[in-house]
Design a protein around this ligand. Structure first.
Ligand SMILES: NC(=O)c1ccc[n+]([C@@H]2O[C@H](COP(=O)([O-])OP(=O)(O)OC[C@H]3O[C@@H](n4cnc5c(N)ncnc54)[C@H](OP(=O)(O)O)[C@@H]3O)[C@@H](O)[C@H]2O)c1
Length: 302
């Protein structure tokens, strides 16, 4: 159980083949060298036999001492051996080198492909989220935008509302009473005084903004959302700048669509029908106290 682990060979098949070929080549050259040494010794031995010891003194081939003939014949054999090692039997020659190179290139390409794949899986390419996905990640449950907008999305001019629709104000009051209402500094300043029975959260970049008692001042939207955390349904009540920033966080829109286009300097952002679904709509016609017809429309995030 705790015995030595069997060594796992780290050399792959191609590398093994390379090593075996190199070993064969070394052996081939060693054999040639050994042949050369034996040939030299043999030649000297033959000369001694013939000249010193006088063996076969009178034996001649083509008028040459037999040892000369024997040495020449052996030399021929050696040259043939040499030729085969360096020319005809050169199994690690140019062709072989090209084959090895091709194998190496193929192997490297394979490794590059594997590495690319592993980089893709460990570090997935950043996917650009669709606007719907992006917004879903930051939704604050219950956060509701409440707005009255003309057909052209107009919501105000010169820091004032453009119309007076009493039933709309009643609805605004009934929906927002008892809740937090988040607003931009300009909208807050458009009220003569804070609205009763609601927690005002005013967003401003000013560090020393003075407000009446009970009004909460924050310096960004996130802090406003934090301040409203205890409320199940905080309302963003405007104006244009704050609606635009809060829309990606909202889960509901309570819209009063005033059926008229208005000259304005402040607008509600476009409602994207891919993100928002209309779930309720009530039409209110114009009458003696309502100069324009309008519809109460509720949207929820799809
Ligand atoms: N029809 C409707 O339902 C409705 C509802 C509400 C308002 N309105 C109208 O809308 C108009 C006002 O809208 P508006 O867009 O001009 O102004 P706004 O949104 O009410 O307030 C803008 C101010 O909010 C502060 N602010 C904005 N973004 C901020 C951030 N990221 N961090 C810190 N502070 C930030 C800044 O205050 P500082 O300048 O102090 O830094 C900025 O000047 C008025 O005409 C009003 O009558 C209409």
């Amino acid at each position: 159980m705790f015995g030595k682990k069997k060594p796992v060979p780290q050399i792959d098949k191609d590398q093994m083949e390379l090593i075996e070929n190199a070993q064969r080549r070394i052996k081939q050259k060693k054999r040639l060298f050994a042949h050369f040494v034996i040939f030299l010794i043999g030649a000297v031995f033959l000369i001694i036999l013939n000249i010193v010891l006088g063996i076969g003194e009178n034996t001649k081939f083509f008028e040459m001492d037999w040892f000369v003939f024997a040495i020449l014949a052996w030399l021929f054999l050696f040259l043939y051996h040499l030729f085969s090692v360096f020319v005809t039997d050169r199994f690690m020659g140019k062709k072989w080198e090209q084959q090895q190179l091709d194998k190496l290139v193929a192997k490297q390409n394979e490794r590059i492909a594997q590495l690319e794949k592993s980089v893709e899986t460990t570090q997935p390419k950043p996917v650009q989220p669709t606007s719907a996905e992006e917004k879903k990640t930051s939704i604050v449950n219950g956060l509701t935008l409440i707005v009255a907008a003309g057909e052209n999305d107009a919501i105000g001019k010169n820091n004032q509302l453009i119309w007076h629709l009493s039933d709309d104000l009643k609805r605004f009051k009934s929906l927002t009473s008892g809740h937090c209402i988040i607003m931009g500094r300009k909208t807050f300043e458009s009220f003569p005084k804070p609205l009763p029975n609601r927690t005002h959260i005013v967003i401003t970049r000013q560090s020393n903004y003075q407000v009446p008692n009970g009004v909460i001042v924050v310096n960004n939207l996130n802090d406003a959302l934090d301040a409203a955390k205890g409320d199940q349904q905080p309302f963003v009540i405007g104006g244009g700048e704050i609606y635009k920033q809060a829309m990606p966080f909202a889960s509901k829109i309570e819209m009063t669509r005033v059926h008229e286009s208005f000259d304005a300097d402040t607008f509600f952002p476009k409602i994207d029908s891919d993100i928002w679904t209309e779930i309720d709509k009530t039409f209110h016609s114009k009458d003696a106290v309502h100069k324009y017809s309008f519809s109460f429309i509720t949207y929820i995030r799809t």
